[in-house]
Design a binder for this molecule. Structure first.
Ligand SMILES: [Zn+2]
Length: 113
C-alpha cells in the first residue's frame, strides 16, 4: 500500500526525535503531504495507526495538511494549478514547468510528554 511506505519514514523521524528529546509518549503528529502523492487521508490515518503500534507514537492523533500542486512556467513565469491531464501553461502553452508546491512530504511538528 502506497500510504504505508509514505508514512513509514515520517514515523521513524518522529520516533527518533522523540527518543532524543526524552519524550515517552507522542500525542499529536502533524504532517504535510503534497497533492502529487495522491495519498488519501483515510489511508494515511490507517497506515499511521498500523505503523505506530508499539512505538512512542502509538495512540497519537495524526493531523494531515495537504498542499495543492502549483506549477511555475519556465517560459513566462506564470504560476498555476494544473488540471489532472494537462500540465501545460495556460498563459503561453509552454510545457517546461516546475512544481513549486505540492511535492512536500514532511513532519510539520509533533507534541508529546
Ligand atoms: Zn507560460
Amino acid at each position: 500500500m502506497h500510504e504505508l511506505s509514505l508514512i513509514q519514514a515520517l514515523i521513524e523521524t518522529v520516533a527518533h526525535s522523540a527518543v532524543e528529546n526524552d519524550i515517552a509518549k507522542v500525542n499529536t503528529v502533524k504532517i504535510v503531504v503534497g497533492e502529487v502523492y495522491g495519498a488519501l487521508p483515510d489511508a494515511l490515518d490507517f497506515a499511521f495507526r498500523v505503523l505506530t503500534k508499539d512505538t512512542v507514537c502509538e495512540g497519537a492523533v495524526l493531523e494531515i495538511d495537504k498542499t495543492p500542486l502549483v506549477l511555475k512556467c519556465g517560459a513566462c513565469g506564470s504560476e498555476y494549478q494544473p488540471d489532472e491531464i494537462n500540465w501545460k501553461c495556460p498563459a503561453c502553452g509552454a510545457g517546461g514547468v516546475t512544481a513549486i508546491s505540492g511535492k512536500e512530504l514532511y513532519v510539520d511538528y509533533y507534541e508529546g510528554d
